[in-house]
Design a protein around this ligand. Structure first.
Ligand SMILES: [Zn+2]
Ligand SMILES: [Zn+2]
Length: 605
């Protein structure tokens, strides 16, 4: 066996370690010691155990619950009589490094469940874990004196583990139950090599600086008020300006592509949500209320309104594809624990559209949506990848229609030369879909847009159009959002640009700094002209020193800070500090206006 092999992937996708299968594994793929997802699974799980071993040595009465691998690393939940805090992480890391140096073999053996119950008889957390294991035998991993009940997989020796960092300590309810005991949880990350760990930690450091909640406060974009309700954002003037610019740009780009704006009510009778299936499948995330003795539900999605408007008058094949779009405000109940700035909220606005078309039109429609996605993402400098999810086992609709739809999605991407992954069987029961994942300036991935083909709702609401041969036919419905929601997208944009928004959406595009009080009138005149040109400016004429006002202006990360004094008033000019290009120059007021108006056009999508 090669030194470098730390496990295998079985034919069914299960990851097994070398302790479980010995020197070779028939029909398996080898897992080398690198940063592949499979290798990281083994490395991170092993690092979680290493951390547990270190904690046990430092706190002998420590008892451990579960220690899984999560998105970016791992954690372990445990209990100690002594309280552990942030300041103890260093000490635990140091102990972990000692254990690595000792090159302790990590061994595996199996025992019956009763034997395990006996072995851990003084450990109620392990008893709780044991209760949830269905099999009769369980495996134990041993490294030195430390033993843990575990399925694995693990590296063969602690010496494989050196590129790790403990990142965070938190409280976690036993089994996620809010009424249960609070355990301690420590999070960490681990990689196969030093460089990757260093890059990851740098990225995290950068992400902290860019946190949209922090920048949102510094730049006065939005606020939350726990007294008024969690997860309900308030857009302050600057945030509302930013958002409204984005809305206007997107509005025009929808109109240019033949979308018709519509607007449905925020609340519909529960009966509608029963017909759509939301009441049964999504009911616990909906806010329900009663009006005149009848049950109503706040909309969690905009689809129903668009269907009812489609059905309002007879539609013919000539009307298709018909594209309705709406900045649809939706409400969804999210658990308070998952709310996170603008990224996870309870009220948000989707850039939502529903396209009604024939099965033959799916491909050209999707092609056009994909072009739209591409134009938007390029405008904001995002790289992106796509994934197609195909028919799941339980699905409605004819196989033939599924095939047409799925092929249409694939062909649309192929013809655009776009690479995509396939999530086999990952589609919704009512149709296949494309998900768009974007990568931001510091390499983080975000799920944004989606294009979803739907055979189900047209059926449930008996939607029809008159075909060329005068028969009544069922249209296909395509749900699509490009940003996802304004809230989430603005959170991502804020972090992507670190608050330095491009000119065409910057909340404040220009700050005027008059040198003395007598120059304020000229600044006001210029500001009024900018307002006419739909450009937002502010005047910093407070009673502070000139230097202080310039500093404050630059802190706002606006594209242009403009100084006006005697010379500028006399010449009708401006002295510009362009902090993006790190340049200072003078322009006539007229040229300045022209330049900004042209720059505004760059926002066209
Ligand atoms: Zn384990
Ligand atoms: Zn929809």
């Amino acid at each position: 066996m090669s030194e470098n092999i730390i496990g295998y992937v079985k034919a069914d996708g299960e990851i097994v370690d070398t302790q479980s299968v010995g020197d070779s594994c028939e029909g398996c793929r080898e897992i080398a010691y690198d940063n592949s997802p499979e290798a990281l699974e083994i490395i991170r799980h092993s690092t979680a155990h290493l951390m547990a071993q270190a904690i046990r040595e430092l706190y002998p009465d420590a008892q451990f619950f579960v220690g899984p691998v999560v998105d970016e690393g791992f954690y372990y939940d445990f209990r100690t009589s002594e309280k552990i805090g942030e300041e103890d992480l260093k000490k635990i890391e140091k102990k972990m490094k000692e254990l690595v140096k000792k090159k302790i073999p990590i061994e595996k053996y199996e025992i019956s469940k009763e034997e395990a119950a006996q072995k851990f008889k003084n450990d109620d957390l392990k008893q709780a874990v044991l209760k949830n294991i269905p099999s009769e035998t369980v495996s134990i991993y041993r490294q030195g004196e430390f033993e843990d009940l575990c399925r694995g997989p693990h590296v063969p020796n602690t010496r494989y583990l050196h590129n790790f960092k403990l990142t965070r300590i938190a409280g976690a309810y036993l089994g996620g139950d809010e009424n249960a005991e609070m355990l301690t949880r420590i999070y960490g990350v681990a990689f196969a090599d030093k460089e990757s760990l260093k890059n990851y930690l740098q990225m995290m450091e950068e992400a902290k600086k860019r946190d949209h909640r922090k920048l949102g406060t510094e730049l006065d974009l939005f606020m939350f008020d726990e007294e008024a309700g969690a997860g309900l954002p308030f857009w302050l003037p600057k945030g509302a300006r930013l958002r409204s610019k984005l809305e206007q740009i997107l509005w025009r780009s929808h109109r240019r592509r033949g979308y018709e704006p519509v607007r449905g009510p925020e609340i519909l009778k529960a009966e509608m949500w029963r017909t759509s299936g939301h009441y049964a499948c999504y009911g616990e995330n909906m806010y329900l209320t009663e009006i005149d003795g009848q049950e109503y539900g706040l909309k969690p999605m905009n689809c129903i309104g668009h269907i009812l408007m489609f059905k309002h008058s007879t539609k013919s094949y000539r009307d298709l594809p018909l594209k309705y779009f709406e900045y649809g405000v939706v409400h969804r109940h999210e658990k308070s624990g998952v709310l996170h700035g603008l990224l996870r909220v309870r009220e948000f606005t989707q850039d939502d559209a529903h396209i009604f078309c024939t099965p033959e039109q799916i491909k050209p429609v999707v092609l056009e949506v994909v072009e739209f996605v591409d134009a938007v993402m390029k405008k904001f400098g995002f790289e992106y990848t796509m994934e197609i999810s195909t028919k799941p086992e339980k699905a409605i609709g004819d196989d033939a229609v599924w095939e047409i739809a799925t092929n249409a999605l694939k062909e649309a991407l192929d013809e655009n030369g776009l690479a995509y992954g396939i999530d086999e069987g990952g589609g919704a029961f009512y149709g296949p879909k494309i998900d768009v994942k974007i990568t931001d300036a510091i390499g983080r991935k975000w799920q944004c847009g989606t294009v979803q083909v739907d055979f189900n709702l047209p059926e449930r609401f008996d939607v029809e159009y008159v075909a060329e041969d005068n028969t009544r036919q069922r249209p296909v419905m395509i749900h699509r959002a490009i940003l996802g929601s304004f809230e989430r997208f603005i959170a991502i944009l804020t972090e992507h640009y670190a608050g330095e928004f491009p000119f065409f959406i910057a909340p404040t595009q220009v700050i005027f700094v008059p040198i003395a009080a007598e120059h304020t009138a000229y600044a006001r005149e210029l500001a009024a002209e900018l307002t006419e040109r739909e450009i937002d400016s502010e005047i910093y004429d407070r009673n502070d020193s000139l230097n202080k006002r310039i500093r404050l202006a630059e802190k706002q990360k606006v594209p242009y800070v403009v100084i006006v004094g005697d010379e500028e008033v006399k010449q009708r000019s401006v002295a510009i500090r362009d902090r993006r290009k790190k340049e200072q120059y003078n322009l006539s007021a007229d040229d300045f206006m022209l330049q900004l108006s042209q720059q505004l056009q760059e926002g066209k999508i």
